[in-house]
Design a protein around this ligand. Structure first.
Ligand code: XIL
Length: 329
């Protein structure tokens, strides 16, 4: 009972909707989720690609079903995600408008989505992945799909507009800026804390910073503590939003072996300990693992080879990593 060991949310990202491995159709997954977690993130179904079939249209059916499941089981829900350059529906990518047209479209999106879920979500990832690892804004210079249309159309102010719109739509939810590699790139973390400070100086409400934490076996506890501390020093909450620890950088089947699973256990413990030792209780937004069991992990698709990044194996058995996480709490 992992979540019983913490007085802040212990979350897990779950497949839902019509995914083959949807939580709502899987008793094995439900057993794990109900035993160990008290917060859910939708791995995909609350992204614009899924909730916005067309301009002016909203499809909340899958998300409503997931939230109903969470409520029935005493779990809160973290909203993921309002504004992201990825998984945008085609109509949104093709939206024809100048900067103010795009701003209106962004505000309508947030008002419609965040407005629908008022009172049902603990928190939102308002903006996801606005920076590159070198600390520059993710732009759109080459038409590469990894780059941001939001920035291309509106400049950096889209971030501010998004936070203002989210707060207008939902007076109570915690509002996060979320990104990856904040544990790895000092330039990126510093760009994010500078952006957050600017929002605060402008009187814009931002509650915290989400560290995705898709990490490998190189993650270092001492460094991580310094990184969390930078956010704590701003008075903002820290939420670990998407942790997984990939082990198969050199694509070897040996990497699922006992010594490596023990290394992974120690690293989960280190990450949780870094959090507990640095983030004071009032600023703990929680810790969420990005997936239930190894065979469901997005890491396998991202890197194109097998991997074992999560707390449960592909037979739904607890791995040493689960104990490592618990030891850190
Ligand atoms: C990933 C999902 O896990 C995959 O199923 C999907 O195909 C792509 O997106 N950062 C994020 C998440 O903020 O939304 C991403 O989730 C993983 C990286």
């Amino acid at each position: 009972h992992l979540s019983a060991l913490a007085d802040f949310p212990i979350g897990v990202a779950v497949p839902a909707g019509d995914a083959d491995n949807s939580l709502l159709n899987s008793t094995e997954r439900q057993t794990i989720v109900e035993t160990h977690f008290n917060q859910l993130s939708a791995e995909n179904i609350m992204k614009a690609q899924y909730m916005r079939p067309a301009q002016g249209e909203f499809d909340f059916e899958d998300a409503d079903a997931l939230i109903a499941y969470a409520n029935n089981n005493g779990m809160s829900v973290h909203g993921h995600v309002l504004v992201w350059h990825n998984q945008m529906p085609q109509w949104m990518q093709d939206f024809d408008g100048d900067a103010s047209g795009w701003q209106q479209m962004l505000e309508d999106h947030i008002a419609g989505v965040a407005g629908h879920f008022v009172g049902q979500l603990e928190s939102w990832d308002v903006v996801n992945e606005a920076f590159l690892d070198d600390g520059s804004y993710r732009n759109f210079q080459s038409g590469n799909e990894a780059e941001s249309l939001w920035y291309q159309k509106m400049g950096k102010d889209y971030i501010k507009h998004a936070f203002v719109a989210a707060r207008n739509a939902d007076a109570d939810a915690d509002l996060y800026y979320n990104d990856y590699n904040l544990n790895w790139s000092d330039s990126k973390l510093s760009a994010v804390t500078t952006m957050a400070q600017e929002l605060l100086d402008d009187g814009v409400d931002i509650t915290g910073i989400g560290f995705q934490m898709h990490v490998d076996v190189g993650v270092k506890k001492a460094k991580l503590k310094e990184q969390f501390q930078e956010v704590v020093d701003l008075g903002l909450k820290v939420k670990i939003t998407e942790v997984d620890i990939r082990m198969n950088g050199n694509n070897s089947e040996d990497n699922a072996s006992a010594p490596l699973l023990l290394n992974q256990k120690a690293l989960y413990r280190d990450i949780v300990e870094a959090y507990m030792e640095t983030v004071p209780p009032a600023l703990r937004g929680g810790i969420t693992v990005w997936g239930i069991a190894d065979m469901d992990s997005w890491i396998i698709y991202l890197y194109g080879n097998d991997d074992w990044p999560l707390l449960f194996d592909s037979e739904f058995n607890a791995k040493p990593a689960l104990q490592g996480f618990a030891d850190g709490l």
